[in-house]
Design a binder for this molecule. Structure first.
Ligand code: ADP
Length: 815
């Protein structure tokens, strides 16, 4: 360390050691290798004395044996701190600079130099200028140290504490790599000059370092950039290799090409596919667009462009299969067979499209499947319920995200052949809105004139649908778009009567459910009576869907018991039926338990087939309001008005005050159920309930009715007669009151239904009332008090339904 001060005494004469290529500053600690003979001797001499020696630089480093003239006139008196010997004979010496010294004269040249020294300790007055210089140098030194990073931190601190200007300069100078000339110059200069020089040198050095740093960072940046690119490229390559991406893409393209070649595609389809494949091939890996192209290619390959099944059109065979699969349905089967026969005879004249119309569960789908089986064709079923958008039929253009083909093409894909039996369900529930009319697109698919080149927006390729056998189904005919209805041949599936249901259950539903539940024939048996009870009291439907469900539920329960080992099977009878199905869900024989005042039973025709409804009328003291509640449409409300007008006009005959309506509010309620209640056919039912309420005569509970009413009480014809009579029969009612003008429709009603039900044809409301109301003399001894005296019955407040048109397109009309 350079902190020791001069020794108190330095002799005049000192041995001299010439230095090659360096200068030692006072306060500097320096290591030297000493090898020259003369120098070694000088060292020895010094070590023998008080270890002091003068170090002075040679003028020329190349001179091995310098003369006094070759040595600089100013050097440094040093103290030898340490000497060590290296194996090659060179001595390692550590010296510490003490004080500047001029070499006044050479006292000896041999065996070593000895000189007369003229000591030159720094003598300087610390002026403001010097102080400023010192500070400047110090801050420059700090800056330099930051750049150079070669200055030990403790040296920086030490520099900050130095008081003497000369010493500061010496200390700083040690740490800067300087040319010998400059070092010598600094050694010879007085403190002020030394600081000035040093300041200049530091400025230069800092500039150089700064520039160096800049260059370095620029170089590094460039290096980094190209290195980064290189690195990323390498990484990408590695990733792709890891994923087998490039190979995979090629393999994928090859795979597609193979499939396209093998698929036997029509020319235009194949070209399009190859075009897309070429696009795929060019795409960089991992772009989203590639997924779109791939999906598209998959679709093209999935559509059965040229796959077809061979028709087996044996008419007798077809009939046999239809009979095998279905009980009854004679009319429908006949029509289907006729249709197939025509197709067989003239395959070119493609007749109209079949449309199966009937309530749910009557076998429409099932007959469709049988046709496919008979023809040896594939069968697909696509529901159109709730389709409002043309794109659902025809697909979305590929520019949309997640676009897909429409339901027709999807159905064809599922079918897997170009000539399937294609069932379009719920064609009566097609919607229509601003997104385009789906029925137009459907027409294009169905119309034999156009469908050899059906265009799907997604595929953008014409698909030939001319070999497809389309069958549509609907619950009701009325809501099918007229343009479609015109092209279709309607085959009605009216619904079953009880006997038919029992037969269907025995022959088809039970075997099916047994098989589905893994039961043997003898493990579950049903008595005919039990089946009848299930149909009567647990289901009330035109078809057999719920019947099948209830049978299935019994089979499941028995199967569970068998599987648990607690039973070997069961015979289902009237007695144990409730154990499986719980209490009955429907009352058979009437809508009401007993004859009631103000409640009449009506018949409606809905998409579920025919059904019975109970209409209630109540009178309250009030001011002549007619309140209607329940789910009533406009037409129904008008019917209620008409019924009211009729009753008012007959008030005198009913034996009530003609002005009764002025002091009375009339409340008509049609209980909510799964029944749309619009349509005028409930007219006479409402009038009957009203008349019953006004006269106090109860309505027979086993009588049901349907018919429109005019203001004067005429009864007008209605639709859906057959379904309504079947519904009444199903519910076990005895009498059905019908408009006389519907007489022509009676032949549609199965003979044994007509045997069991009395059909009363009427043309006026008066006749309705005499059929439906219990005659006065049959009543209890205490007839109800006349209206005026009658206390208003308590009626819980029911919010009146706002009058507004509420027919939705999917809601079938009632009538
Ligand atoms: P839909 O298509 O008219 O709603 P399904 O064809 O689905 O009715 O018929 C419901 C169930 O009833 C099916 O299991 C079907 O096989 C059966 N089914 C309906 N009618 C008959 C019938 N006449 N003979 C045999 N099974 C029938």
């Amino acid at each position: 360390m350079s902190t020791s001060d001069h020794p108190t005494h330095i002799p005049d004469h000192l041995p001299l050691l010439p230095l090659k290529g360096t200068v030692v500053f006072p306060s500097q600690v320096q290591g030297l290798g000493v090898g020259r003979k003369k120098s070694l001797r000088a060292l020895e001499a010094a070590l023998e004395g008080d270890r002091l020696i003068v170090l002075a630089a040679q003028r020329d480093d190349d001179i091995e044996d310098p003369k006094p003239r070759d040595i600089r006139e100013v050097g440094t008196v040093c103290r030898i701190l340490q000497v060590g010997k290296q194996p090659d004979g060179v001595l390692q010496v550590i010296v510490e600079g003490l004080v500047r010294a001029g070499l006044s004269s050479f006292a000896k040249e041999d065996p070593h130099f000895e000189v007369l020294v003229d000591l030159r300790p720094d003598q300087v007055e610390k002026t403001v200028e010097i102080e400023a210089l010192m500070r400047g140098v110090l801050s420059q030194f700090e800056r330099f140290a930051r750049f150079a990073r070669s200055v030990p931190p403790d040296q920086l601190i030490a520099a900050g504490q130095v008081e003497e200007p000369g010493r500061l300069a010496d200390l700083v100078a040690q740490h800067i790599s300087l040319k010998l000339e400059e070092r010598q110059e600094l050694l010879e200069a007085d403190p002020k000059t030394r600081l000035e020089r040093l300041s200049a040198i530091l400025t230069r050095e800092i500039n150089v370092l700064e520039l160096e740093r800049k260059i370095q960072s620029r170089v590094r940046k460039q290096m980094e950039k190209s290195q980064r690119e290189y690195f990323l490229k390498e990484q990408m390559k590695a990733i792709q290799q890891e994923l087998g991406e490039t190979d995979e893409r090629q393999a994928e393209v090859a795979e597609y090409r193979k499939k396209i070649e093998a698929a036997n595609l029509p020319e235009h389809v194949k070209n399009k596919a190859l075009e897309e494949l070429a696009r795929l091939e060019k795409m960089p890996p991992m772009v989203a667009e590639a997924v779109v192209v791939r999906t598209y290619l998959d679709w093209i390959l999935a559509v059965p462009w040229s796959v077809r099944t061979e028709d087996r059109l044996g008419i007798d065979e077809a009939r046999k299969i239809l009979d095998e699969d279905h009980y009854g349905l004679e009319k429908a089967k006949d029509r289907v067979i006729e249709y197939l026969a025509v197709r067989k005879l003239s395959p070119e004249s493609r007749g109209p499209i079949l449309c199966f119309v009937g309530p749910p569960g009557v076998g429409k789908t099932s007959v469709g499947k049988s046709i496919a089986r008979a023809l040896g064709r594939k069968f697909v079923r696509v529901s159109l319920g709730g389709v409002r958008d043309e794109a659902e039929i025809r697909g979305h253009r590929r520019t949309y995200v997640g676009a897909l083909p429409g339901r027709i093409v999807q159905g064809m894909k599922t079918a897997g052949s170009r000539n399937p039996v294609f069932m379009l369900d719920e064609i009566d529930k097609l919607g229509m809105d601003f997104r385009g009319d789906p029925s137009a697109a459907l027409l294009e698919a169905l119309d034999p004139e156009q469908n050899h080149a059906f265009s799907d927006h997604y595929l953008e390729l014409a698909l030939d649908l001319s070999e497809v056998m389309f069958i549509t189904t609907a619950n009701i005919l009325e809501t099918i778009p007229p343009a479609l209805r015109d092209r279709m041949e309607v085959i009605r599936f009216p619904g079953y009567i009880e006997e038919e249901k029992v037969k269907i259950a025995e022959q088809f539903l039970i075997p099916k459910q047994l098989k589905a539940n893994g039961l043997k024939t003898e493990q579950v048996t049903f008595t005919t009576e039990a089946l009848r009870l299930i149909a009567r009291e647990y289901t009330r439907e035109a078809g057999v869907r719920n019947l099948e469900r209830e049978i299935g539920s019994i089979c499941r329960k028995v199967a569970t018991a068998v599987a648990r080992g607690v039973s070997t099977g069961d015979r289902i009878t009237r007695a144990n039926l409730h154990r499986y199905l719980g209490p009955p869900k429907f009352r058979f024989g009437s809508a009401e338990k007993e004859d009631e005042i103000g409640v009449s039973t009506g018949l409606v025709y809905t998409e579920m087939g025919g059904d019975i409804i109970a209409v209630e009328a109540t009178l309250m003291r009030g001011e002549g309001k007619l309140v209607l509640t329940g789910q009533l449409g406009d037409v129904m409300k008008e019917s209620a008005q008409a019924a009211m007008s009729y009753v008012r006009s007959r008030a005198r005959r009913f034996g009530v005050d003609e002005e009764f309506y002025q002091k009375t509010d009339v409340h008509i309620h049609v209980p909510a159920g799964a029944v749309p209640k619009d349509g005028p056919s409930a007219g006479i039912t409402m009038a009957t309930a009203l008349a019953s309420a006004v006269t106090g005569r109860p309505v027979r509970r086993d009588v049901a009715m349907t018919g429109e009413i005019t203001l004067r009480g005429r009864v007008l014809p209605i639709g859906g007669l057959k379904e309504k009579v079947l519904a009444a029969h199903r519910a076990g009612l005895r009498t059905v009151i019908l408009p006389g003008e519907n007489e022509k429709d009676l032949q549609e009603i199965p003979a044994n239904v007509r045997k069991q039900i009395r059909l009363a044809l009427v043309s006026h409301m008066d006749e309705v009332l005499s059929e439906a109301l219990v005659p006065r003399r049959e009543q209890e001894v205490t007839p109800p008090a006349p209206l005026a005296a009658q206390a208003p019955p308590f009626v819980p407040p029911i919010p009146p339904v706002p009058i507004q048109p509420e027919r939705r397109p999917t809601e079938p009309p009632v009538s």
